[in-house]
Design a protein around this ligand. Sequence first.
Ligand code: AMP
Length: 215
Amino acid sequence: MKLVLLGPPGVGKGTQAQLLSAWLKVPVISTGDMLRAAVAAGTELGQAAQWHMNSGQLVPDQMMVDLVKARIEAQDCQVGFILDGFPRTVQQAIALSELGVGVECVLALKLSDAVIVRRLSGRWVHPASGRVYHTMHHPPQRDLLDDVTGEPLVQREDDCAETVQARLEVYHQQTEPLLSYYSNATEGPLCHQVSAQGDAEEVHAQLKALLHAQS
Ligand code: AMP
């Protein structure tokens, strides 16, 4: 199964990718996670990507295509994979198909901009453990401190309100056209649009039902 998860930032693609990965037993390829690891390790790619990421812009297509190409050639991807955060432009989708990767299914998660802004700008993380809090839905016991260690929580640099707005604009301009690209492609993948309004388990159940019906 080669599957693409599409949707705006903050819609829950990462969570759904993990749930589907456990169910389908295929790896997740999250380009956002790969880039953050490259930034943390200070690699050449990380240094080149950092400015784009912190300002909410996309990293140039060719860098992303090279990164994904190397990843999907790995042994564990031969059974299939879930792409989370790639492709993000029509150019990336064309490059993916030129690599001979036949995507079978596109799952597009939908949520309004207003809800996304609320979700992302309230998100705080404890960097050492990866624990995630939300000022409204899952606040820490003490203001902006981790419940377990008492250490300070931080915001992902690209989750601050202005950058979230920039990421949404980039999504509407550069990524949303992928919906029609994939739906209009002759012999293209099956495309499903799903509301991401409910909690993670509800959305996962909907995605599973769609994939079940398709197989
Ligand atoms: P994400 O965690 O998927 O929201 O990605 C975080 C940031 O990484 C994005 O805002 C982009 O700057 C960059 N990024 C991730 N995937 C891509 C991609 N396919 N193309 C370009 N930039 C990307």
